[in-house]
Design a protein around this ligand. Structure first.
Ligand code: EPZ
Length: 421
């Protein structure tokens, strides 16, 4: 039976929300287990659909996974397959991250080519170009990427044509046990890349420069086990900070840090937010009415594409107007028609959306279109008059752990209901 979220808007959020571990860090960290035959223990792993999917992908390969609350111990001592099947990869594109480690360690990997994606084409060509530079032969066979390196991978100097988070991670994973030195130029600089480098180094790898656009990896013959804590989810953090602002609330976010959100913080401050840093997080509220600020999404440290939808919701009910330009994905305005159903005034022109703030929103039945589009609707619903129902919750469940409990703890009227299909 499908579930929906029912939100009665108009309550100012007040209270504390504990931020979970980062989905987008946990995924590559879990894949790193493929590089060693010793156990890798990760703590602060969020309980999310995407985490269950990557666990299934790893289990298909022969990895054993022990779950104890938010701690997962993964053991790739007995790999039985090097094929990541279509059924799993099609539900989550990040599954392609197993390609690099498998070909590096076993000389063979067969990973379904991820199909179409709601956000745009999302090619994996840069992943393959990098692996080819390291000596892999990559071909497409019956919908699968088949990568072979019977003599192992060697280090390479590789400049990425586009800044890609996933390609940077895939190549870092592979290079950590390749022969010799790899230099990745035009690398992604996201905090999740630093988290992966820290974990790999704890496993005995030699990765330097993560967090800058040039990452140097000295390959080592083998890696060992380690215990590593997943970093806080900066996208969940930003989403709840925006939820606090849009409701005129006063929320403290713990187990997180503003250091991961430099441009988001700056933008929200320009819009009227006040941030007070605390030892284990921060408090966020508005200094007066929120007003329009223009934004362009960019690779880190720029404004995260993953916060574009909730930010748009905030701009939709503020004083003034905001031009929001999406430069990362070609199709990331799917939430716009849903926000319009709640009374927002948004005109899309190519890669830009002109958002003219309105005074009031009204609750409406709407549909989540992707993880972050979905949270954009939640944020808007919290500020709307009346009741909003959000369907297609499976999108939200991919990226937000205990969403309704976290909002309820701050006074929101939100419940999950089972409905007839
Ligand atoms: C990661 O996706 C995140 N996912 C995404 O979060 C996030 O939106 C994205 O980075 C951008 O920040 C995970 O970390 C699991 P990219 P990824 O490769 O790695 C193009 C969420 O909601 N490109 O950096 O797949 C691509 O088409 C998700 O949590 C190529 O052209 O993103 C896109 O336009 C959604 N060729 C741009 O680069 C390639 O080989 C950035 O994509 C690879 C990418």
């Amino acid at each position: 039976m499908p579930t929906i979220l029912k939100i009665q808007g108009g309550v100012s959020l007040k209270g504390t929300i504990e931020i979970s571990g980062a989905k987008n860090s946990a995924l590559p960290l879990m894949v790193a287990c493929l590089l060693t035959d010793k156990p890798l223990t990760l703590t602060n792993v969020p309980n999310l659909a995407d985490i269950r999917t990557i666990t299934q992908v790893l289990e298909v390969l022969g990895v054993t996974a022990e779950v104890n609350g938010s701690t997962r111990t993964l053991n790739a001592a007995s790999i039985t397959s090097t094929t990541a099947p279509y059924d799993l990869v099609k539900t989550m594109r990040a599954s392609v991250l197993v390609l690099g480690p498998l070909v590096a360690r076993y000389g063979l990997a067969k990973v379904s080519l991820p199909g179409g994606c709601a956000l745009g084409a999302r090619a994996v060509d840069v992943h393959l170009e990098g692996l080819r530079a390291m000596g892999a032969i990559c071909e497409l066979e019956e919908g699968y990427i088949v990568a072979k390196a019977p003599n192992g991978l060697h280090g390479a100097s590789f400049t990425m044509r586009v800044v890609s988070v996933g390609a940077t991670e895939n190549l870092m994973l592979a290079a950590s046990i390749a022969k010799g030195q790899t230099i990745l130029r035009n690398a992604a600089r996201e905090p999740e890349i630093i988290d992966l480098a820290n974990c790999l180094n704890a496993m005995g790898a030699n990765v330097q420069g993560a967090g800058t656009d040039t990452i140097t990896i000295e390959g080592v013959p083998s890696l060992h086990g380690a215990t590593h804590k997943v970093m806080p989810d900066r996208l969940e953090t930003g989403s709840y900070a925006i939820a606090s602002l849009i409701t005129g609330g006063d929320v403290t976010l713990t187990n997180t840090s503003l250091e991961y959100l430099p441009m988001v913080r700056e933008t929200l401050e320009k819009a009227g937010a006040v941030f007070e840093e605390q030892a284990d997080g921060f408090r966020v509220y508005q200094s007066g009415p929120v007003h329009g600020v223009d934004v362009m999404t960019e690779p880190y440290p720029g404004f995260a594409t993953d916060l574009q939808a909730p930010f748009m919701a905030l701009m939709g009910i503020c004083e003034g107007a905001s031009m929001i330009t999406e430069t990362i994905f070609e199709n990331r305005f799917m939430h716009v028609p849903e926000l319009a159903r709640m009374g927002m005034n948004i005109q899309v022109h190519g890669a830009s959306a002109m958002v003219r703030g309105v005074k009031n929103l009204s609750g409406a039945p709407v549909m989540a279109t992707d993880i972050r589009g979905g949270v954009g609707l939640v944020v808007a619903a919290l500020a709307a008059k009346g009741e909003t129902t959000i369907s297609r919750l499976y999108h939200l469940d991919r990226g937000y752990e205990n969403l309704e409990a976290k909002l309820q703890a701050c006074g929101a009227t939100v419940e999950r209901l089972k409905v007839d299909a």
